[in-house]
Ligand binder design. Structure first.
Ligand code: DI6
Ligand code: FE
Length: 398
């Protein structure tokens, strides 16, 4: 199916435009959505425009993967085997594996090979209707390689029709050369590198890993203070393995999102609701490390905390490149509804990135759309290991 600059999409159902529309129409003009509603109400002015017939298919906003570490060197299949032999994620990390082993592999990779190794992962996401991918640094942990990762992320956006948002994650782990000197790492490397990356236009948001095996709230706050000074939004890996106050800190800084949040409490949910922070649930990591603590989905729901879903695509705890699978896991493992899962990879994922022009089908929004070989939104979350994408539309183009 061809799509012209001025096109009316009709003949199927539409989700992600407010209430589900069983027989809907969407008018696209120059890459933007001009009109959406029931087909029966379509204004006659558009009668002469190009038509794209859904032939009964479902139209949704294109998907957004709002949390990935897709740029990285190497893989950690050996660590996977170690965990199968009984080691925990924390034990592997303390034994010099974990994040730090990917740091070695990433430092050994030049920019071209970082781009080349990330491309198939990015293509897998795009092949499932993804129009926007967040990518973090955090496996360089020195100035040169953190910048290299962010430059590679930007280049990926030039190589493919996809929007890239970058997050600076210098506060991901302390590298071997600073072992035992976490504060010195934050002050001497992380913060100056953030300033340099920002000066080069490489940073859309600032992230951190707030955890017993990573950084405490005082250290993260020092990084967030610099983000504030640079007028950059913040987000935080919080409450993944324990609760050390990450959500409360993030809420205090008006964070776009807190991510993982298995160990968040109802009190955290209240704070997040008040600060308008999105809870990004990452069921791939939950599954891969066989976590048993469930994120407080009922509390998030009760307090109207928006929930997003993402792949957390990374070589250690979530070597996953499927948002459709994340949707299924969000429902099966976390008891989200299929409707919450769909909003989690569209509307709320956009919000977790601070994007206001995508993620919903509404007049004025970018025409980032996905057409699926299914009849109902629930089918997207229900199957797993199956890709029903028919066509992806990015900024009004196929
Ligand atoms: N939490 C995660 O799940 C990833 N990073 C983080 O802060 C794991 C990263 C890794 O193990 O390489
Ligand atoms: Fe992560």
């Amino acid at each position: 199916m061809e799509i012209g600059a001025q096109t009316v999409i009709l003949g199927g159902s539409v989700a992600g435009a407010g209430p589900f529309i069983a027989q809907g129409a969407v008018v696209v003009d120059a890459g933007r959505i001009l009109w959406v509603g029931p087909q029966a109400d379509l204004p006659s002015d558009y009668a002469s425009w190009d038509m794209l017939d859904l032939e009964g298919r479902l139209l949704t906003p294109a998907f957004i993967d709002c949390h990935t570490h897709i740029v990285h060197g190497g893989h950690r299949a050996r660590e996977f085997e170690m965990r199968l032999e009984g080691a925990s994620y924390e034990e592997v990390a303390r034994a010099g594996g974990g994040i730090v082993s990917t740091v070695t592999a990433t430092r050994d990779a030049d920019e071209d090979s970082l781009v080349a190794s990330a491309l198939p992962r990015l293509d897998a996401l795009i092949g499932e209707g993804v129009s926007c991918v967040e990518m973090k640094s955090g496996y360089g942990l020195d100035r040169e390689v953190e910048l290299r990762m962010l430059r590679a992320a930007r280049r990926l956006g030039d190589l493919r029709p996809v929007r890239i948002r970058t997050s600076f994650l210098g506060a991901h782990a302390t590298p071997a050369e600073y072992k035992g000197r976490d504060d010195a790492y934050i002050d001497e490397v992380c913060i100056p590198t953030l300033r340099a990356a920002h000066a080069e236009g490489l940073v859309d948001a600032v992230d951190g890993f707030c955890e017993g095996i990573a950084f405490n709230t005082v250290q993260i706050a020092r990084v967030f203070d610099v983000a504030r000074e640079l007028d950059l939004p913040v987000k935080l890996h919080a409450e993944q393995l324990s609760n050390i106050g990450g959500c409360a800190l993030a809420a205090q800084y008006g964070a776009l999102s807190v991510d993982h949040v298995e160990y968040a409490t109802e009190a955290d949910a209240k704070l997040l609701a008040a600060s308008g922070t999105v809870a990004v649930l990452l069921p791939g990591a939950f599954y891969a490390i066989r976590e048993t603590q469930m994120p407080p989905v009922a509390a998030f729901r009760a307090h109207a905390v928006p929930m997003a879903l993402a792949t957390d695509c990374n070589p250690g705890t979530s070597p996953m490149t499927s948002l459709l699978l994340a949707m299924n896991m969000g429902c099966t493992l976390f008891r989200m509804t299929p409707d919450e899962a769909l909003r989690g990879v569209t509307e709320h994922a956009a919000r977790a990135l601070g994007l206001t022009d995508t993620g919903v089908i509404a007049p004025g929004m970018r025409a980032d759309l996905a057409i699926w070989n299914v009849e109902t939104p629930a089918e997207l979350a229900y199957r797993f290991g199956f890709n029903p994408l028919h066509q992806r539309i990015f900024g009004g183009k196929e």
